[in-house]
Design a protein around this ligand. Structure first.
Ligand SMILES: Nc1nc2c(ncn2[C@@H]2O[C@H](COP(=O)(O)OP(=O)(O)OP(=O)(O)O)[C@@H](O)[C@H]2O)c(=O)[nH]1
Ligand SMILES: [Mg+2]
Length: 184
């Protein structure tokens, strides 16, 4: 803990515990990204499609993040909304090489943003254009053009291209998120 953080917590400090909801279509790489945020020794070697959800606690830039890594399979997507009320941030993961499903992904994102529990909540939204290493992947500005984000209403959002396997871009993305959370 840095001196400033110590001083902050001594003074009654700022909130440090945050619930992060990690959502997006199945196979977009949510669990892989979450795994990459863990210390080397704690990382899983194999990642299977998530059943229901998994929760993981990660310390990032002195923040205690509880990551709710939801399953993206259609039959489990109705679970997402049960976590909207408690969410301090949303991470929406898109497979940037899965052009066939951009439309579905976009629809799901807009459904989340227009949900009654989310639409007036001023929480940060981090969009990951994941699998940037994969053949045919759109880069972050390509995805920005492709996405039609409606109902963002006062939320801060940013798009980062990531490779969940190597971790490229993941740190920068969560750095942005941590800074947004620290503003709260
Ligand atoms: N090339 C490449 N493959 C990735 C990347 N991220 C994840 N994958 C692969 O994509 C597949 C799905 O990854 P998961 O992390 O299980 O995806 P998920 O979004 O958690 O899927 P569900 O739990 O079913 O919703 C796995 O085979 C991963 O190895 C990436 O950045 N690049
Ligand atoms: Mg998963």
């Amino acid at each position: 803990m840095g001196l400033l953080d110590k001083l902050e917590s001594f003074l009654g400090g700022k909130k440090k515990d945050f619930n992060i909801l990690v959502i997006g279509l199945d196979n977009s790489g949510k669990s892989t990204v979450v795994n990459n945020l863990k210390p080397n020794d704690d990382r899983a070697i194999n990642i299977n499609p998530t059943v229901g959800f998994n929760s993981e606690k990660v310390n990032f830039r002195n923040l205690n993040l509880s990551l709710f890594d939801m399953s993206g399979q259609s039959r489990y997507r109705n679970l997402w909304e049960h976590y909207y009320r408690e969410a301090d941030a949303i991470v929406f993961v898109i497979d940037s090489s899965d052009r066939m499903r951009f439309v579905v992904s976009n629809e799901e994102l807009n459904d989340v943003l227009n949900h009654r529990e989310i639409k007036d909540k001023k929480i940060p939204l981090l969009i990951l254009a994941n699998k940037k290493d994969a053949k045919g992947a759109l880069n972050e500005s390509g995805l920005r053009n492709e996405l039609e984000i409606n109902g963002i209403r006062g939320k801060q959002y940013e798009i980062f291209a990531t490779d969940g396997l190597s971790g490229q871009g993941v740190n920068d993305a969560f750095e942005w998120l941590a800074n947004e959370l620290k503003k709260e």
